[in-house]
Design a protein around this ligand. Structure first.
Ligand SMILES: [Zn+2]
Length: 210
């Protein structure tokens, strides 16, 4: 059974992202990939249970995002002082400590962008499972892929780890549940975005619309 419907009407084409070679895009069986004849790069992939994966991992990411904001991200013990820090709390502290651009960037790239990406993924993919498109799904999908490069959860996590190495000299730092949940958000977002091929999503939207 072909689970990735191709829009009707004439042959479909796919250009290689690396060398621009144009290929005729044939439907693929689940679990296989089409490669460029010139450079061997992957053109598109038909991933197994793609819609379910993208939706499920996005839902899991949303759930973990809630945990990130409910539980402390880091706990710092210095002398007699203990401080629990949440992600938004850290960003607010930066804004108050004369680093507003950094504080706003943290909120924008590690809170708002992942939220929009996961929400958009569910909004677009969930109705497609029953062959429907949500109102404005094309616009949402377009914005979702525009947002994707600005999802900097992993960059932030790496930054936190590096700064913790320095902080460990002056204070006792413990990771909170929020930190581990944030790591989970990173993995779930990566799995959700990789769960469905872009070409497949556009083809499914095109077919469901008609
Ligand atoms: Zn190529």
């Amino acid at each position: 059974m072909l689970t990735w419907p191709k829009p009707r009407g004439g042959p479909q084409y796919s250009a290689c992202h690396f060398c621009d070679t144009l290929h005729e895009a044939f439907p693929l069986p689940e679990g296989s990939a089409a490669r460029c004849v010139r450079c061997g790069a992957v053109l598109y992939q038909n991933r197994p249970a793609s819609l379910v994966r993208a939706t499920a991992f996005s839902l899991a990411a949303l759930f973990l995002m809630a945990l990130v904001h409910i539980f402390p991200f880091l706990t710092m013990d210095a002398a007699t002082l203990r401080r629990n820090l949440t992600l938004v709390g850290a960003a607010t502290a930066l804004i108050e400590e004369d680093a507003p651009i950094l504080g706003v960037s943290i909120v924008l790239f590690t809170v708002i962008t992942p939220l929009m990406l996961a929400g958009g993924m569910i909004y677009v993919c969930a109705p497609l499972m029953i062959g429907r498109t949500a109102p404005g799904a094309f616009g949402v999908a377009k914005w979702m892929y525009r947002c994707e490069p600005w999802n900097m959860v992993e960059v932030f996590l790496l930054g936190v780890l590096v700064s913790l190495l320095k902080l460990a000299k002056v204070a006792d730092v413990h990771f909170g549940i929020g930190f581990w949940a944030f790591g989970g958000v990173m993995l779930c977002m990566a799995a959700a975005v990789a769960g469905i091929d872009r070409e497949e999503l556009w083809d499914r939207l095109e077919v469901a619309k008609t």
